[in-house]
Design a protein around this ligand. Structure first.
Ligand SMILES: *Cc1c(COP(=O)(O)O)cnc(C)c1O
Length: 493
């Protein structure tokens, strides 16, 4: 932040000023206006109960030192009146960076900036029970000796993926590195991949860079828009370690495009004695198109059924669990991956294992794949909720809001998205609360909602502030309505 200048020093470069110009106030003299760290911390502390005192002191110290250094480096003099405001603003921004719950009104289901997938309540309960005590993460309670980690979970995941075996690491990026490190080493280090799949997933995850970082050699085949099985076949040689497919999870290609179908590629790989691996990314465990008017996202079971030897996918995208990377497929390959020394570096802890275990159990218990009831996984529920139900909730909230002069409230159709780099084309019909106001007010209105209690994140579209209800848990409707009422009263006055 720029510190306002004091009147006397506006035009003059302070430090270079010749010594004989004694009538020029030396900005350094203004340093005496800086309060002591102790004094400033004592004055501001009560305003920031979420900041433990050592943190508050550290931030104040850093800011005061910054002000002092800038004056000593020839900057403008300190305006004593602005120091406290500057400290307050900095502390406010810092206090807001403490991770806490947020109401997601963006309509983006898997919002990476908002923590991707929320967990079901029963999963949260199981996590609390395991996290606050000891647990049997690595003990065989039957025999009373050390046991394997995550035996239940690995079997549950393998069952859900209809695979021989499965295991888990920290995220899908780590899963891919682990697979590459394990399969593409030594004299066989080449990975064949289509040029149409050398993609960037987001968060700096670029497939070619991941490959190189894993020590594998990239063998690109085909072109951006067309790759045929023949292209792969011609590239197979002495150094080939595996064939890799990367699911186009965050973009789609249309027009003159062709890619090798998985069955033919699997046959080619089998004949050549090479593993075929697919990075699926999203990893939906349910038929997405049966729940919402969206495209069909291939499930791990389908991909494995087409002959892919090993798949990896995220735990916190369409699966709706914690951040994790799931590897599923042929037993010998999964075993090998788990024995790789690098596995130890990307192995999840008991908290993640518990959350993923309970999420997997929700799917297994619901019998989704047999057409049974939906699992109590928020991402799945949010996809499935009907427009009528959303309309009803939106109307109920709107009816509780006060009418004001300056902000007009209405309910209108909106479009929710999957987000998280999944199903980019999916436009899910939804309902939003709309707040129309003077465009000059929008920024302040949105910030007020983001920074209050509870924190509410919406989005601005066509000059309106919108809260899409598809991504708001119904249990939050009441607090949301109360908060909106408060802010309306403030802005409408
Ligand atoms: C999202 C995605 C990843 C990265 O998954 P993380 O779990 O975030 O590491 C990798 N590959 C594909 C195809 C993806 O869509």
């Amino acid at each position: 932040m720029r510190v306002p200048l004091s009147v006397a020093d506006v035009e003059l470069p302070p430090v270079e000023a010749p010594a004989n110009l004694s009538f020029v106030t030396d900005p350094r003299a203004s340093l005496r206006h800086l309060p002591s760290v102790e004094k400033a911390a004592a004055a501001l502390g009560p305003e920031f109960p979420v900041l433990p005192r050592p943190l508050l002191v550290a931030v104040v110290q850093r800011e005061l030192k910054g002000l002092r250094d800038s004056v000593l480096a020839g900057g403008a003099a300190i305006d004593p009146d602005s120091v406290e405001a500057h400290l307050r603003e900095t502390l406010e921004a810092f206090a807001l960076s403490r991770i806490a719950p947020v109401i997601n009104g963006t309509g983006v289901l898997i919002h990476t900036n908002l923590g991707r997938s929320p967990l079901g309540a029963s999963v949260g309960d199981a996590l609390r029970a395991v996290a606050t005590g000891y647990c049997n993460v690595e003990i065989d309670l039957d025999r009373g000796e050390r046991g394997p980690r995550a035996g239940f979970l690995e079997t549950a995941l393998a069952t859900l993926c209809e695979a021989e075996a499965a295991t888990v690491c920290n995220n899908c990026a780590a899963a891919l590195v682990l697979i590459l490190k394990h399969l593409a080493t030594g004299p066989r280090d080449e990975v064949i991949i289509s040029r149409g799949e050398l993609v960037e997933i987001g968060g700096g995850f670029r497939v070619p860079e991941i490959l190189e970082a894993s020590g594998a050699r990239l063998r690109e085949v085909g072109t951006t828009n067309k790759t045929r099985v023949d292209d792969y076949a011609r590239a197979i040689g002495d150094r080939t370690a595996m064939i890799l497919k990367v699911h186009r999870s965050n973009f789609s290609m249309e027009g003159f495009v062709e890619s090798a179908d998985t069955e033919s590629l699997a046959a080619l790989a089998r004949d050549a004695g090479l593993p075929l691996v697919e990075d699926l990314g999203s990893g939906a465990l349910f038929p997405t198109d049966a729940l919402a008017p969206v495209e069909h996202e291939p499930t791990p079971a389908e991909i494995i059924g087409r002959g892919v030897d090993l798949v990896c996918f995220s735990g916190d995208k369409l699966l709706g669990g914690p951040q994790a990377g799931i590897v599923a497929g042929r037993q010998d390959l999964v075993r090998g991956v788990k024995r790789d020394p690098f596995y130890r570096a990307v192995r999840p802890d008991k908290l993640i294992l518990t959350v993923l275990q309970e999420t997997a159990a929700l799917y297994l218990e619901s019998g989704t794949r047999a057409g049974g009831m939906l699992p109590d996984v928020p991402v799945v529920r949010m996809l499935a909720v009907t427009e009528e139900a959303l309309q009803e909730r939106a109307d109920a909230i709107a009816s509780r809001l006060p009418a004001t002069e300056s902000v007009r409230v209405s309910v209108s159709p909106s479009t929710a998205r999957c987000g998280g780099g999944t199903m980019p084309k999916a436009a899910i019909p939804s309902r939003a609360l709309d707040f129309e106001m003077d465009p000059g007010l929008l920024g302040r209105w949105a910030r007020r909602l983001r920074t209050g209690t509870p924190r509410v994140v919406g989005h601005v579209e066509e000059g309106r502030f919108r809260i899409d209800l598809r991504t708001v848990d119904p249990s939050a409707d009441a607090v949301l309505a109360t908060r909106l009422g408060e802010v309306l009263a403030e802005f409408g006055a």
